[in-house]
Design a protein around this ligand. Structure first.
Ligand code: NDP
Length: 253
């Protein structure tokens, strides 16, 4: 996949840090105009200014994927600024902790609302237009916890598994439309995720993970590693579809 100037407008949900921010920078460098969405607008504006200063084109707008009105406002503003979305990267989300039976239905639902329904809100808003234009890439960032639950992870593994099933269903439903739905499944990646979680919360979680055979990772991926995978997925020539990409630290191969 040779890097080439590409003007397909990109929308990124979860662009204020980590994988989303790195992906925005990488795609902007290749020539894509990028719309950055997340709740921390000041971080988006800083990243957008950096991209624009480097000769790219970036647009920042608040986005809360848990709110249908916010998703609509983000996409409408982004498309008015950059043109119709041809690539969407859906990576908004946060780590969640808790034993399933101890979580309130409200907390469980709130996590599903971001990690699963949040993805669907974007799908519902952009995919019909992509079908009408007969082209589009929708990349969903899942997790290597999909189909492999870890204890005390709240609704996260269930929601990520559901995202993967939804994506595979959509691949069948979108046959012949020119719209590709792809899954990028990160392994452990050093990002903003979990960074603000207090040690007394994350400590027992990690202990339990190790007890159930999930080793602590000597190496972690960087957000730029995931950005490289996402660039490869959306750069696949027409006629090819990289449907599922799992990225793990090289030391674990
Ligand atoms: P970060 O915390 O660095 O980034 C998460 C992004 O999601 C932030 O930009 C955050 O911005 C945004 N976000 C969170 N909630 C919402 C919301 N309701 N609406 C809009 N944006 C939201 O973590 P990562 O880069 O690691 O996470 C990116 C994706 O990768 C996530 O889907 C995560 O589940 C997945 N992943 C990460 C792994 C890892 O080890 N890091 C492993 C497997 C999967 P803001 O707070 O400003 O809204």
């Amino acid at each position: 996949f040779e890097p080439h100037p590409d003007r397909r407008p990109v929308l990124i949900a979860g662009a204020s840090s980590g994988i989303g921010a790195a992906t925005a920078a990488a795609l902007a460098e290749l020539g894509h105009p990028v719309a950055l969405g997340a709740r921390r607008v000041e971080l988006l504006e800083t990243l957008a200014a950096k991209i624009n200063d480097n000769g790219g084109e970036a647009f920042a707008h608040r986005l809360d994927v848990a709110d249908t009105g916010s998703v609509d406002a983000f996409v409408t503003a982004a498309e008015a600024a950059l043109g119709p979305a041809e690539i969407v990267v859906s990576g908004a989300g946060d780590m969640s902790f808790g034993r399933v039976h101890e979580m309130t239905p409200e907390d469980f639902r709130a996590q599903v609302d971001v990690h699963l329904i949040g993805v669907h809100r974007l799908v519902h808003r952009v995919v019909p237009d992509m079908i009408a234009r007969q082209r589009g890439d929708f990349v969903m960032i899942s997790s290597d916890t999909a189909n492999h639950p870890r204890p005390r992870s709240g609704a996260y593994p269930a929601a990520k598994t559901a995202v993967e099933i939804m994506a595979r269903q959509m691949v069948m439903e979108l046959e012949g439309t020119g719209v590709r739905v792809s899954l990028v499944r990160p392994g452990p990646t050093l990002t903003g995720m979990g960074m603000t979680t207090p040690a007394e919360v994350i400590g027992p979680v990690l202990e339990d993970w190790v007890r159930w055979g999930f080793a602590r990772h000597p190496e972690m991926l960087r957000a730029s590693h995931l950005a490289a995978a996402i660039v490869a997925v959306v750069s696949a020539p027409r006629g090819a579809h990289i449907q599922l990409t799992e990225v793990q630290p090289e030391a674990r191969v």
